[in-house]
Design a binder for this molecule. Structure first.
Ligand code: SF4
Ligand code: SF4
Length: 353
């Protein structure tokens, strides 16, 4: 075996770095280990037990997300014992609720569905425990379907460790366990700011956009990467669209500055894109009424009015607001226009509008 920090996974000698868990090291070498509860950026909890691996010499299977990688370990990630354990856990998770993939809006983007297929699970091995908590459909933006929840805890970590909003936590005990806001009230009556971080973290279909049952399935949409236009942070996101209609926004977990996080506007504030009341042309106000026109006439009118003010009252009678929604290049052009064309230094930036 080579010297330094190396261990063996599935018979292969591989290096790892000090402080890594077995899961970190396996992922660094593109070795698949399934997880449901592991949320990058938050402390590992070892809750779902799907990431168990067999470590030679150890009595029990080890949860790879919380077990430090150690020199000379010999690890098997898919031994018959490991696979049997995962299959049992998956069957128990499937019995926790109503996992009806035929009607679930998250079909095609569900970790439980993918793993059930990968490990060829018999979904009927255990009698489902039934639905104990009613769907919470009263919130703007987010619907919570507790019949799909597997209590992995990722939403709680997303809310408390990543966004630090502390709006939700684990509530009740045993079979009645659920993820709840304070007092088990709806999210809209809690500290929730509807950032949707919990929704993006949920590996199943338990937290979904309110209108997702009217949206196409994930494989029916295309996704395109873009920069959020709402403020100057520049969050990276994917737009899911079909036939020119925008259905969903997803934070890009790989890219700075947001690494998947978004605020309520970036994640849910896209209804204007396909709104039928969206302005399609410039409007000129005449005798109290707005008349649609073309850009040429509108710009000529603006030019004429600005020129009149400048001639009558001087250039400092004019001012220009740029916007945080525009790019650096647009802001540069705006200040050039104010200074070089209008002849004034009255140029400012309106932070959120
Ligand atoms: S939407 Fe944001 S604030 Fe609300 S529960 Fe989810 S993560 Fe917490
Ligand atoms: S709602 Fe989703 S993320 Fe939260 S505990 Fe349930 S399955 Fe996990």
């Amino acid at each position: 075996m080579p010297s330094g920090n190396t261990f063996q996974i599935n018979g292969q000698d591989l290096p790892f770095q000090e402080g890594m868990t077995i899961l970190d090291a396996a992922r660094m070498h593109n070795i698949f280990i399934p997880t449901m509860c592991h949320l990058p950026g938050a402390p590992p909890t070892g809750a779902c037990r799907l990431c168990v691996v067999e470590v030679q010499g150890a009595r029990n299977l080890a949860a790879s997300c919380v077990t430090p990688a150690q020199r000379d370990m010999q690890i098997n990630t898919e031994s018959p014992r490991v696979v049997n354990s995962r299959r049992l856990n998956l069957q128990l998770l499937l019995a926790m609720g109503e996992h009806d993939c035929l009607l679930c809006p998250s079909s095609g983007q569900c970790v439980l569905q993918d793993l059930a297929y990968r490990y060829q699970i018999n979904p009927k091995r255990f009698t489902p425990r039934g639905v104990l908590h009613r769907t919470e459909a009263v919130n703007p933006f987010i619907l919570r379907d507790f019949s799909k929840c597997v209590l992995c805890g990722r939403c709680v970590q997303a809310c408390c460790d990543i966004q630090v909003n502390n709006a939700i936590s684990h509530a009740y005990r045993g079979i009645k366990s659920k993820i709840a806001a304070a007092g088990d009230r709806p999210l809209k009556e809690s500290d929730c700011v509807f950032c949707g971080e919990c929704m993006q973290a949920c590996p199943v279909g338990s937290i979904i956009p309110v209108d997702s049952r009217q949206s196409p399935r994930i494989w029916e949409t295309h996704k395109v990467k873009t920069t959020c236009g709402y403020c100057g942070v520049g969050c990276q996101m994917y737009l899911h669209h079909r036939d020119g209609v925008l259905y969903r926004v997803e934070g890009d977990i790989q890219s700075p500055p947001n690494y998947g996080s978004l605020c309520v506007k970036g994640r849910f504030g896209f209804g204007f894109v396909n709104s039928s009341s969206r302005l399609q042309t410039p409007l000129i106000r005449e005798n109290g009424n707005l008349r649609p026109t073309g850009w040429e006439e509108a710009l000529d009118l603006v030019h004429e009015r600005l020129e009149n003010i400048r001639m009558s009252h001087g250039p400092d009678a004019l001012g220009l607001f740029a916007s945080a929604r525009t790019t650096n290049e647009d802001s540069y052009v705006a200040q050039k226009f104010a200074r070089a064309v209008l002849g004034t230094n009255n140029i400012d930036h309106c932070a959120r509008l």
